[in-house]
Design a protein around this ligand. Structure first.
Ligand code: HEC
Length: 426
């Protein structure tokens, strides 16, 4: 029951591959592979390694082991349709709007799509293991951390929420036990059991605001967020594939001696192989006592929206004119709730120049901070505009068959948000 891609499509795509060049093979002629000479080992393995197998391995977060050639052949149809529809790899910001750190592993390029299609079209030839090119496995771990904070104890998710089968959102207090303020110059999560860690969000909250039940070392159920007031407290979002956040030299974000961290873990089970697995994750930082430039988290966004019932694509637009001073944007973490489908932010300068900041299809289960290799300048006088789009109709699976109702801003998961948590300095 294999759905064949038409010969014309495959040829056109392969021609595109030659024109673009940079993902071509490294044979003496430098020619890109055609459908007939595309092999699993030489061409497909690197594509899957870059885009898929960090989640799809034996016992991984995603179903099926895509490091195994027989499995890949069996799954090739659904893999192809998942890639084409944009379901997989899970949606991340569009690098053609603005490139960001790690975009090559977070999005499947047109060349990579063409290679996979050409391989299916050519009859899925295996080739020789010896032809597998060397490829770098990118690590999301922070190098040389000098502050690491783990959950107080390991936790075994129970996945008992009927409204979210196979998922669990749980918050843990991470106490860095600081005796003085420090500045975070780099950070990344320490993921203990990656087969069950779907995504993680980090907050800071004043220590004296933490209530007794939140201090439970086995955490608290917290699908509605982790900081009490998300808008003040969210500092970073992470999903598999994201690289550490690293600020330019002598630039950092304050972590006060009187604050603690809240780690919201989204656990996910893909079946029996991950049941009973306990996790003790945490966060790693590079910190220093002082910095020249302080980064702050600006919760840019809108709260004055109303999403009418039964609208499949309701967009709210808003803007902020920077009348203050030149601002550097280091990274942006777009955040909506379950109904969110698309987001966009751009800079409009006084002379009409427009710069796309971040744009993409929204996936509640794959939220992260998009960090720019070089900070983007928001000059004084420029306008920052943003938009959020929601699907508040029964065509949205997130409503799970419930009757759509008017939705407004709020912290609860059945209310909505439209935030671009932005890491900025000036
Ligand atoms: C960040 C982790 C992650 C990455 C990277 C990832 N997947 Fe998945 N994938 C999942 C999870 C989790 C599921 C099961 C739940 C779901 O469908 O969201 C899944 C489900 C699937 C499914 C079955 C459901 C469907 O939508 O068809 C296919 C096929 C698939 N992935 C293919 C791929 C391919 C191909 C890639 C690489 C281009 C990839 N995935 C990359 C996590 C990932």
């Amino acid at each position: 029951m294999r759905q064949r891609i038409s010969q014309a499509t495959a040829v056109a795509l392969t021609a595109g591959l030659i024109a673009c060049g940079d993902k071509g093979d490294d044979t003496a002629t430098g020619a890109a592979p055609t459908a007939d000479d595309t092999t699993y080992y030489e061409h497909v393995v690197p594509v899957l390694a870059e885009n898929c197998t960090r989640c799809h391995y034996d016992g991984g977060l995603g179903p099926a082991d895509f490091t195994d050639p027989d499995t890949v052949m069996d799954w090739s149809n659904s893999m192809h349709s998942a890639i084409e529809s944009g379901r997989m790899a899970p949606p991340a910001a569009d690098p053609t709007c603005q490139d960001y750190v790690g975009s090559d592993v977070l999005t499947v390029s047109d060349e990579e799509k063409a290679t996979f299609e050409a391989w299916i079209e050519g009859g899925m030839t295996l080739g020789e293991p010896a032809d597998t090119p060397e490829f770098a496995v990118v690590s999301g771990e922070l190098s040389d951390p000098n502050l690491e904070v783990l959950m107080a104890e390991a936790y075994t998710p129970t996945y008992i929420d009927d409204e979210n089968p196979d998922n669990e959102y749980r918050c843990f207090i991470l106490d860095p036990e600081l005796d003085q303020d420090v500045y975070i110059t780099a950070m990344a999560p320490i993921v203990d059991q990656d087969p069950i860690v779907h995504h993680a969000v980090l907050f800071t909250v004043p220590e004296d605001s933490v209530s007794e039940d939140w201090r439970d070392p086995s955490g608290v159920d917290c699908i509605d967020g982790g900081g009490g007031n998300d808008a003040d407290a969210m500092i970073a979002g992470w999903a598999p594939g994201m690289l550490p956040i690293e600020f330019p030299e002598n630039t950092g974000m304050k972590l006060g001696a009187d604050s603690v961290l809240v780690l919201q873990m989204h656990y996910f089970t893909s079946g029996s192989s991950t049941e009973g697995v306990s996790d003790r994750s945490g966060y790693a930082f590079r910190v220093q006592d002082t910095v020249e430039t302080e980064v702050i988290m600006a919760p840019l966004g809108s709260t004055n929206f109303k999403i009418p019932a039964d609208e499949a694509a309701h967009t709210h637009e808003d803007s902020f004119t920077n009348t203050y001073l030149d601002i550097d944007i280091h990274g942006v973490f777009p955040h909506m709730h379950r109904l969110g489908t698309e987001y966009a932010m751009s800079i409009e300068e006084e002379d009409g120049t427009e710069t796309c900041v971040v744009r993409g299809d929204y996936d509640f289960d794959n939220q992260m901070t998009y960090q720019f290799a070089e900070p983007l300048l928001l000059p004084m006088g420029a306008k920052l505009t943003w938009s959020c789009t929601w699907n508040n109709s029964s065509s949205n699976p997130a409503l799970e068959g419930a009757e759509p109702e008017t939705v407004r801003y709020g912290e609860r998961t059945d209310e909505e948000m439209c935030f671009f948590f932005s890491l900025i300095s000036y």
